[in-house]
Design a protein around this ligand. Structure first.
Ligand SMILES: Nc1nc2c(ncn2[C@@H]2O[C@H](COP(=O)(O)OP(=O)(O)OP(=O)(O)O)[C@@H](O)[C@H]2O)c(=O)[nH]1
Ligand SMILES: [Mg+2]
Length: 381
């Protein structure tokens, strides 16, 4: 199902003067649906008052006046006071990296659970800003911050908290439902495999190849936001395989927290396949790799249950792949292999590897009955 690519508005992008960062920022703007009128490249985006240096703010002001974009996209996480200073000086809405990612998530969410997760992340973002507003109002520094007085700020703050609690309890229910599903699968003796990795690494493409599915794959970031699970048979072994939401660098902890019930699947799975885009240049590859490993650590996935799949081998030579694997430290201590989900090359080796690992391993959480039956394994709405 291809989404109509509706535009959300026009924007000026402010990002770092680094090739890989720029590339990702452009892809994020595209995924969020912004038409870029201009890109401003900077060495530093975290100066105290505006994020930008004051001279650059002047330059930006002129650009805003001549190009009249709907928003400024600021590819760094801004403190509420920095956001406020920029917005009030430039008289335009500022979307920082967090807000931009949230807009993409909002656009992409399909299942009721992922919609709730996005809503929760948005409220958390609001909450961190509201806290700052309350703090400033209490200090009497900015009593009319964004036109809101102290009393209203407190009311607003409580309102956000109540809405968050409402959503959290719905998510807890969804999470319990998942736990029941998991128990059911364990009782039936299924082993489970999950696909994880940086956004656009090719997880869904590989999922489709392994399952014969036709889930949406695209060069856009965050194509997949909800988990899909399918049953496959590997050399006679019944396995449940799940496709999951992609990771991205600088994803704040609260966003990981909001997607926890989806990402939780990775903790309870027998094997996690981390898909890596081996077509990426080395610095980008390393950055994404680190971001995946740290997200997996944060969720609590143990290293011995991870294998690394260097995907898109059709885009690079064999020597390059070996060099990249060695640069990532995979050759010494990790299980890994290279393949191309697009051409199908070496996918059979992956199947063999997964089969051997799962066959030898006692299952996560026990359960011995191999009485396989048809069960509902699709978590999507
Ligand atoms: N050349 C090449 N392209 C690939 C390969 N695998 C995937 N792609 C392309 O990479 C892009 C991203 O693929 P997806 O499968 O949507 O990636 P994903 O990891 O599921 O991404 P998200 O759902 O956004 O996290 C698509 O344009 C795919 O066609 C491959 O082996 N070779
Ligand atoms: Mg996907």
């Amino acid at each position: 199902m291809v989404q109509p690519h509706t535009l959300r508005g026009s924007a000026i992008l402010v990002t770092y003067d680094k090739k890989d960062v720029l590339k990702e920022a452009l892809a994020l703007c595209d995924a969020a649906g912004y038409d870029l009128k201009k890109t401003l490249l900077q060495k530093f985006l975290n100066r105290s008052k505006f994020g930008l240096g004051e001279g650059k703010v002047e330059e930006l002001k002129e650009l805003v006046e001549s190009l009249r974009p709907d928003v400024i996209i600021y590819d760094e996480i801004l403190r509420p006071s920095q956001n406020y200073n920029l917005a009030s000086t430039l008289k335009i809405k500022i979307l920082d990296r967090e807000m931009l990612i949230l807009e993409i998530f909002e656009r992409r969410a399909r299942s009721s659970e992922s919609m709730l997760q996005v809503k929760l992340a948005q409220l958390r973002y609001e909450m961190s800003r509201a806290k700052e507003r309350v703090r400033l109002a209490k200090m009497g520094e900015q009593p009319g911050f964004m036109g809101i007085g102290k009393f209203e700020v407190d009311v607003y703050y409580n309102d956000i908290r109540n809405r968050m609690n409402g959503i959290k309890s719905k998510l807890v229910k969804a999470s319990r439902q998942r736990e029941l599903h998991r128990q059911g699968r364990r009782r039936l003796g299924f082993k489970t495999v999950s696909l994880a990795g940086y956004t656009s690494a090719g997880k869904t493409t590989l999922f489709n190849v392994l399952t014969g599915e036709q889930k949406e794959e695209s060069p856009n970031l965050f194509t997949t936001l909800s988990t899909t699970t399918r049953k496959i048979r590997l050399h006679g072994l019944e396995i449940l395989i799940s496709d999951t939401v992609g990771f991205i660098s600088k994803l704040p902890a609260y966003m990981i927290e909001a997607f926890k019930s989806t990402l939780e699947e990775l903790v309870y799975t027998d094997l996690v396949m981390v898909v890596i885009d081996s077509g990426d240049p080395l610095p980008e590859l390393k950055k994404k790799f680190r971001s995946c490993v740290s997200t997996l650590d944060e969720i609590g996935v143990s290293h011995d249950r991870i294998i690394f799949v260097l995907n898109k081998s059709d885009l690079v030579t064999e020597e390059e792949i070996l060099e990249k694997a060695s640069q990532l430290g995979l050759k010494e201590k990790r299980k890994w292999l290279a393949l191309s989900a697009a051409t199908g090359s070496n996918v059979s080796s992956l199947k063999d590897l997964v089969f051997h690992i799962l066959e030898d391993r006692p299952m996560a959480g026990g359960g011995e009955s191999p009485g396989v039956q048809e069960i509902e394994v699709n978590n999507e709405d």
